[in-house]
Design a protein around this ligand. Sequence first.
Ligand SMILES: NC(=O)c1ccc[n+]([C@@H]2O[C@H](COP(=O)([O-])OP(=O)(O)OC[C@H]3O[C@@H](n4cnc5c(N)ncnc54)[C@H](OP(=O)(O)O)[C@@H]3O)[C@@H](O)[C@H]2O)c1
Length: 243
Amino acid sequence: MNIDLTGRRALVSGSSQGIGLAIATELARSGAAVVVNGRTQEKTERAASTIRQEVPEAEVTAVAADLASQAGADELKAKVGELDILVNNLGIYGAKPVFEIDDDEWRRYFEVNVLSAVRLIRQYLPGMMERGFGRVLSIAAESAVATPLHMVHNGVTKTALLAVTRGFAKAAAGTGVTVNSVLAGPTRGPGSEELDDSHSLIQRLVEPAEIGNLVVYLSSTKASATTGGAIRVDGGYIDSILP
Ligand SMILES: NC(=O)c1ccc[n+]([C@@H]2O[C@H](COP(=O)([O-])OP(=O)(O)OC[C@H]3O[C@@H](n4cnc5c(N)ncnc54)[C@H](OP(=O)(O)O)[C@@H]3O)[C@@H](O)[C@H]2O)c1
């Protein structure tokens, strides 16, 4: 299957490192013009340079904006213009006993993990619908379908992201635009440890580029009949036939 995203413009939120950077790299490798994002210009520029080293012909723009607020989303919109592919990758996580998560932290998780995606979808989906093509992908996690006791707040927000996806997919019905979430499993990264149990059917961490590969496919015209769903790249970690 040849996938060529030449002529498509993509944004990956929270892509100055980790899975977001890998997704942006794979989109660039497939020909898309890519906007990378993080909170600081310096680190975001560094991510853009990393992509250019990996994919010399890549068209990459670095846009710093803190997407935890509407002001940040507005700032981004002023610099980025319209998009064909929106990847809501930004997400925070971290272990905390559930009784110690206070209201402020619950709100912060909702702002960063859910509202950041909702705002960008509201901003870019109508233009995609008017033009008759677009791809919206939100990076969820296994925690969306199996709430982890050590980070209930993360799980709750990722579950919400699946419903956000389903809702906006309905809003885009019949327009040529697809809206999906991607259920990633435990993934290799600077902070990741080796897999701590045997849930994974591939018996190893997922590589960030493997998530990028699924995003590339879902971003293409080849995936035109896939919408409103949660597509897994979890190494079989989720012990369920359906997500
Ligand atoms: N890692 C895993 O095992 C795993 C598994 C399943 C799903 N996921 C999901 O995959 C996504 C990426 O995870 P990751 O592990 O790659 O994350 P990560 O390494 O912590 O990277 C987070 C990225 O988000 C940016 N960022 C943080 N706050 C931001 C804000 N307010 N506005 C804009 N950018 C911001 C950071 O850039 P700056 O620091 O430069 O701002 C960084 O580029 C998340 O949604 C996560 O839940 C991860």
